[in-house]
Write a new protein. Structure first.
Lengths: 364, 270
């Protein structure tokens, strides 16, 4: 190993093991460590209002969901317009269990990590099933198959009495070592649970991506004839991609239900599927950091649009409903602008910044 | 008794050196058109077997039949004692037959290194959960296979392009990556579809050298489809000639060059 592992410049490897590292310099490692440390300790110094905690938790849940969408759409190149339905599968696995065995059953209140995991596997199972047409269908046809799953999901939830016809199904408060998590600590408690989940899932995805289980996704995206010749079953690989996406969506869904203390159909509609897609696109399809940037950017955008339309409502004639139309309009505009001018998303800005610092102190 | 049983079992598990690929009476039809008609061919282990013929003669179709992208309408393809006739490409790859495509079929967005690592797919035999934590077996096998890939990069003289995106490389280099990737699959039998097409003299000479080394040093059987008759006659042990999907000549380069039908087909073309 070279003497200086703090900067990329003049840093060279002597074994392939060294090159496998995620962080190639100490500086990268330390900065990432500091970032994580900050995420864990800031609530100790700043006490955010419930409203803000809700936004932050929502962003983190979306991060977990977008990991999944990014794997299937970004890495494996299979457009999914039904991601919110997979999140819904996770949410309703938990809510359905609550309805079947009571919302304060120990399974729900004490074994909540298990319930979250089960919801993930349920999402994966549905993902694999919905992904089956990928064995034969491509591009638009496949996207339509995912869209129809979204429709079937919404319809089923809305009509089945077991699911309370889409009305809120409540789940009880969970227990931690220190006893029941009360009203005051609720959002903070779930902030930490969701943060840990997001970090663990992120590391898992990062690891998968540098092994055969991640490379095969990119292979079927770039060229599935060649992927076949490399000895992988292209159809099954795509089904696997959908299962992965479903898994992360399912986890996110269960977290959502626990945090909102219940599930209702209105959080898992086509509209949300499009938002997830927007997050993946704006963040950067086919990049891991993109799964972080996207949800943050879209959430901030949504809040801003809300402010702007409120403000515009003060002087625009109310009868024309212009103010409310501003929100989806601005939202669509941002997506279109990104697709036109920065299809590689915010992650690309991040990449450019990094590659500048990589050569430091040399300009080129 | 048991001991001897295990001994013989272990021995029979090792494939008897290398297999012969036998194509018998293969016909391939698209609609009304016969791309191949009753083709018989043998690819002997350890040799360089070439297939030549004018444009549209059915050479690529033949390779597609062997590598499982097409299935013959009639006839049979065997590798050793195994039937390949109905197998899919990934199954055939697992039997040790690799293919380099005529029209580049690379993962264009990925680096040369990633393209080659993808070819190690079936050798990376760690489990999903090992991959998830990237510990133990996963990390070890990744490093081992990376070493194999580096060996191929070294062999095919691709060091300078290791981290470059394949799509950004020149055509000649991409062709070389295509061959390198097939080689990285670790095959017994390598099918090369016009590996020298579109190359300049210099690049062609390099490629000929690589092919000869693949056969001699790496002891891999080579089946070569090529238009450059000079090269084919120089390096082949066995030559088959296709014309309009039919076999019109077979034998050593010398025999084929003297074959009346072959001369007619080639003169008729030009
Ligand atoms: N998928 C297909 N559908 C219909 N016809 C096909 C298909 N593939 C090949 N053919 C036809 O089969 C015949 C043989 O084509 P093939 O590509 O095997 O020729 P080739 O010998 O490889 O030619 P070249 O030297 O130009 O590469 C051609 O007439 C071609 O049009
Ligand atoms: Mg051809």
């Amino acid at each position: 190993m070279s003497a200086n592992r703090w900067f990329a410049t003049g840093n060279f490897y002597t074994t392939y093991r060294q090159e496998q590292r995620i962080f190639t310099t100490h500086l990268d490692r330390v900065l990432f460590g500091l970032f994580l440390f900050f995420l864990f300790v800031w609530p100790l110094f700043v006490s955010a209002s419930n409203k803000h905690m809700l936004v932050i938790n929502n962003i983190l849940i979306a991060v977990v969901a977008v990991y999944g969408l990014n794997l299937v759409t970004g890495f494996a190149g299979l457009i999914s317009i039904g991601h919110a339905a997979f999140v819904g599968i996770g949410a309703y696995t938990l809510a359905g269990t609550a309805r079947a065995i009571g919302d304060s059953h120990v399974l729900i209140t004490h074994a909540w990590p298990l319930m979250i995991l089960i919801s993930g596997f349920m999402g994966a199972a549905f993902g694999a099933f919905v992904g089956l047409p990928a064995m034969r269908l491509k591009h638009l046809y496949l996207a339509i198959a995912t869209l129809s799953f979204q429709m079937i999901f919404s319809w089923t939830i809305n009509f089945m009495t077991f699911f309370n016809q889409g009305q809120m199904i409540a789940v009880g408060r969970v227990f931690w070592i220190s006893g029941q998590v009360g009203r005051n600590e609720h959002y903070l408690f779930w902030y930490y649970v969701i943060l840990v989940t997001a970090v663990v899932c992120g590391l898992g995805v990062r690891n998968l991506l540098r092994t055969r289980y991640g490379r095969c996704l990119v292979a079927v995206r770039d060229n599935d004839r060649a992927a076949d010749a490399m000895g992988m079953h292209p159809g099954l690989t795509k089904v696997y991609a959908f299962a992965l996406a479903g898994f992360f969506a399912g986890i996110a869904g269960a977290l959502h239900t626990y945090m909102f203390r219940g599930a209702g159909f209105e959080s898992f509609t086509l509209h949300h599927s499009i938002i997830y897609l927007a997050m993946a696109i704006v963040g950067g399809l086919g990049t891991l950091p993109g799964s972080l940037f996207g949800p943050v950017a879209i959430q901030i955008l949504e809040l801003q649009m809300e402010h702007i339309s409120e403000w515009a409502g003060t002087f625009l004639p109310a009868t024309m409903n212009l103010a409310t139309a501003l929100r989806p309009l601005g939202f669509g505009l941002v997506i279109v602008l990104f697709l036109m001018f920065e299809p590689r998303g915010i992650a690309n800005w991040w990449r450019i910044c990094r590659s500048y610092f990589k050569l430091w102190p040399f300009r080129y | 008794m048991n001991f001897i049983y295990f001994l013989t079992e272990a021995q029979s598990a090792i494939p008897d050196a290398m297999n012969t690929l036998t194509i018998s009476d293969v016909t391939l039809t698209f609609g009304g058109l016969n791309a191949l008609t009753g083709v018989d061919m043998q690819i002997q282990p350890g040799l360089i077997t070439s297939v030549i013929g004018p444009n549209g003669a059915g050479k690529t179709s033949l390779l597609n039949c062997i590598s499982g992208f097409y299935h013959p309408t009639q006839g049979e393809i065997r590798y050793g004692s195994e039937r390949l006739t109905r197998a899919s490409p990934h199954q055939i790859t697992k039997k040790g037959i690799a293919r380099a495509f005529q029209n580049l079929e690379l993962f264009r967005g990925l680096t040369v290194l990633d393209n080659l690592m993808l070819a190690r797919h079936r050798h990376l035999t760690y489990g999903f959960f090992s991959a998830l934590v990237y510990w133990g077996r996963a990390a070890r096998l990744e490093a081992e296979n990376r070493a194999f890939v580096e060996d191929v990069i070294d062999f095919m003289e691709l060091e300078a392009y290791r981290k470059r995106a394949v799509g950004s490389l020149s055509y000649g280099i991409q062709k070389r990556v295509e061959v390198a990737r097939a080689l990285t699959l670790g095959p017994e039998l390598l099918l090369l579809d016009e590996p020298m097409a579109g190359m300049n003299i210099e690049e062609k000479e390099d490629m000929v050298r690589f092919i000869l080394d693949i056969q001699k040093e790496r002891e891999i059987t080579v089946a070569l489809v090529e238009h450059d008759l000079g090269v084919v006659m120089d390096i082949s042990d066995q030559v088959y000639v296709l014309d309009f999907g039919e076999l019109i000549g077979a034998g050593s380069p010398r025999e084929v060059a003297a074959n009346r039908k072959v001369i007619d087909a080639y003169i008729g073309e030009d």
